[in-house]
Write a protein that binds this ligand. Structure first.
Ligand SMILES: [Zn+2]
Ligand SMILES: [Zn+2]
Length: 174
């Protein structure tokens, strides 16, 4: 497919499958995906997206099976720092062509033979986003006294520092 590499680069998730639709049932071809940063839909920014998928011609359209993964920026609910979470998506879908009346609009191939993976991929990736993101399982969060992230170097505080208000009270009392 001359110029195919460029086409894939510009519209990474919009695959022109015209050539595949002209093949016999059973014909298949692999697609590789690699992009440093990609906005899927209006709101899902994925970095380091990579993966591959096999597209096969079926009697009713194209069957796609593959695996993609990428990173998303999230804020840790414990220590509040931002971190990259790996998201992965297993693709195992059938795209109808021509689209039947009862086809899922996310899983149809347009009349000009464009198979757009964005809607389904966005859906699968979003399911993989944790509701309570944690930067790492052992994240201990923020110190309640000084507000710093608790690391191995973090020293526990002398008792009088635990609550500054209490310390003031102590001074007043003595
Ligand atoms: Zn954390
Ligand atoms: Zn502290």
């Amino acid at each position: 497919m001359p110029g195919g590499a460029n086409l894939t680069k510009c519209h990474l998730l919009r695959l022109n499958v015209g050539f595949l639709l002209n093949k016999d049932v059973g014909y298949s071809r692999n697609f590789n995906f690699e992009e440093s940063s990609l906005l899927i839909g209006d709101d899902l920014l994925i970095s380091d997206l990579r993966g591959s998928a096999r597209l096969s011609r079926t009697g009713q359209g194209i069957y796609i099976k593959g695996r993609l993964q990428g990173n998303i920026d999230l804020d840790c609910v414990r220590c509040l720092s931002d971190f990259k979470q790996i998201l992965s998506a297993e693709l195992d879908e059938h795209f109808d062509y021509p689209s039947a009346r009862d086809s899922d609009p996310h899983l149809t191939i347009s009349d000009d033979a464009i198979l757009d993976l964005s809607p389904i991929l966005r859906e699968i990736f979003l399911l993989d986003v944790p509701i309570q993101p944690i930067c790492r399982v052992e994240c201990t969060g923020l110190c309640q006294v000084c507000g710093e992230i608790i690391t191995e170097e973090h020293q526990s505080h002398p008792e009088e520092e635990i609550d500054p208000r209490l310390a003031v009270l102590k001074t007043l009392l003595s």
